[in-house]
Design a protein around this ligand. Sequence first.
Ligand SMILES: [Zn+2]
Length: 318
Amino acid sequence: MPEEGGATLYFPVGQLILPALLASCWTVCSGADWCYQSDFSCDHPCNGPKNWNHANSNCDGKQQSPINIVTRKTLKDERLTPFKFDNYQQIFKGTIKNNGHSVQVGVPHLSTVSGGGLPTSYKAVQFHLHWGNNGGPGSEHTIDGEQYPMELHIVHMKHHYSDLTTALSDAEGVAVLGFFYEKSNRANGKYDPIINALRSIKNANGNTSLLPVSLAQLIPAEQNLTSYYRYKGSLTTPGCTEAVVWTLFESPIPLSIEQLRMFSELKFHSGNSMIETFRPVQPLNGRQVFRSGGAVILASSALLMATIATALGLSQPN
Ligand SMILES: [Zn+2]
């Protein structure tokens, strides 16, 4: 059954066809694969983020990701202690793949994370990235409306599961550690294995072996990972399953603009440039975002001045 605006497309009434085609292109493209907005055009009518519910009804859920984190509305939670990273230093030879939506690296299930307020330990499964256009805004999560140039997602599942599909049937089955990137004046040599592999996987479904890397070398030093945000959400691509315990670390990873630009050389399945590979932020729908003890909350300057004045004993008693 054709649905909504797409229905008119199937009526072979001459005068209706052009407007119907246009309407179907602009609004509904049922049956097509999902895509990012940057990959959508009338030559390539795919289901953009507003129509991901056609790919999977979960995408219309009430606990979707990503979100904008409004830091002054976050709640400090003392249970959000530092993480324990096990085998994150383990060097492995992975395969990096252009899967048509992102670049993804499978990780041997040996690296695990626990603590950090997680209910149990989780093992790393894969990591992938979301980016902008030539180093422009590209992160999925935003902090007080700020979109970073790129975001890393290290996807983990509860240690006792053996595949992600099973883990996604558990409301807390998956833990994603999210890291932001920032533009730096110098290249980050620790990213050479990833960046150098990109030229070999420009086309969708391309894959190549990665020079040895560890997860630890791709993220900030452990002592800089005590400040983070926590909330319950979903996968940020269809099926949009609401089974993810999200952690977003405050400390960003530096990359040079040249390194960031390399990601925009990749291609989607359509042949279009793989750029702006992020889902727009989703409604909170009453969810609370928590912050760890270390997470910075920026007070307004007026409040800050008052606090300083009080501390210096300048304020009037009562
Ligand atoms: Zn992701």
